[in-house]
Design a protein around this ligand. Structure first.
Ligand code: S5P
Length: 273
């Protein structure tokens, strides 16, 4: 994997324009934090995005948990993404046949393709899900093409997760096959050092987002399992995703700063800076 190489260097050589932007944002803000803003009203979401914006590289949404999703949600998120220079990641976890995911991604109630830079999918349906999402985002009629990318959910943090072994290896295979659209993985570690079906191509550079990051808890009552920023980055996370550790803290701004500092120090230590 490319985990010992600084983001700036990876940005200059990465084939995917959105990956380049992501690395540039992280370097500019000295932050590899993605806040998982799992709140349930537009006001709370936009308020968090505005307050935490300076300290994060990416905001991750679950847009379908909002009780009042509207045009205001979209325009607000887009404006704050520009104001604070962060990317938007809608954690919709597409998982269906190609024809259905295209309609869930583009148009529909949520209009995800219009506002979310990063999306993710699970590969349970097979390779066709990646092909279908890439086709929509890379269609000549789609206006945001160079500004969109996919993360494959290759592993999960929950207890007893079935996304292991051959399933995880297939995630790597599909990422290799659709490199112009796939940014990398949501996984608990770097995956390209594990024996996959083929040897890693010298130029491939998959970005690793690791969720289940929390400084003060080991897990929750529903099977979530946490690790610290240091542990996640040490295992290969380029970006750490924290939800309740930040937004449910007594002072979310202070918490975001703390995750930012610890995540960035761990990153610098890994790249030898
Ligand atoms: O394996 C996973 C993948 C994801 S995207 N485990 C996860 O927890 N997530 C998401 O990360 C989950 O849906 C939630 O939005 C966030 C973790 O939230 P936290 O409050 O436990 O930090």
């Amino acid at each position: 994997s490319k985990s010992q190489i600084p983001f700036g260097t990876r940005a200059s050589s990465h084939p995917n324009p959105l990956a380049r932007k992501l690395f540039e944002v992280a370097e500019a803000k000295k932050s590899n934090v993605t806040v998982s803003a799992d709140v349930t009203t537009t006001k709370e979401l936009l308020d968090l995005a505005d307050r935490l914006g300076p300290y994060i590289a990416v905001i991750k949404s679950h847009i379908d948990i909002l009780s009042d999703f509207s045009e205001e949600t979209i325009t607000g998120l887009k404006a704050l993404s520009e104001k604070h220079n962060f990317l938007i990641f809608e954690d919709r976890k597409f998982i269906d046949i190609g024809n259905t995911v295209q309609k869930q991604y583009h148009g529909g109630t949520l209009r995800i393709s219009e506002w979310s830079h990063i999306i993710n999918c699970a590969i349970l349906p097979g390779e066709g899900i990646v092909e279908a999402l890439a086709q929509t985002a890379q269609s000549p009629d789609f206006p945001y093409g160079s500004d969109r990318g996919l993360l494959i959910l290759a592993e999960m943090t929950s207890k007893g997760s079935l996304a292991t072994g051959a399933y995880t290896s297939a995630s790597v295979d599909y990422a290799r096959k659709y490199q112009s659209f796939v940014l990398g993985f949501v996984s608990t570690r770097a995956l390209t050092d594990v024996p996959a079906s083929v040897a890693a191509n010298e130029n491939e550079d998959f970005v690793v987002f690791t969720t289940g990051v929390n400084l003060s808890s080991k897990g929750d009552k529903l099977g979530q399992q946490y690790q610290t920023p240091q542990s996640a980055v040490g295992r290969g996370a380029d970006f750490i995703i924290a939800g309740r550790g930040i937004y449910a803290a007594a002072d979310p701004v202070e918490a975001a700063k703390q995750y930012q500092q610890q995540g960035w120090e761990a990153y610098l230590a890994r790249v030898g800076g």
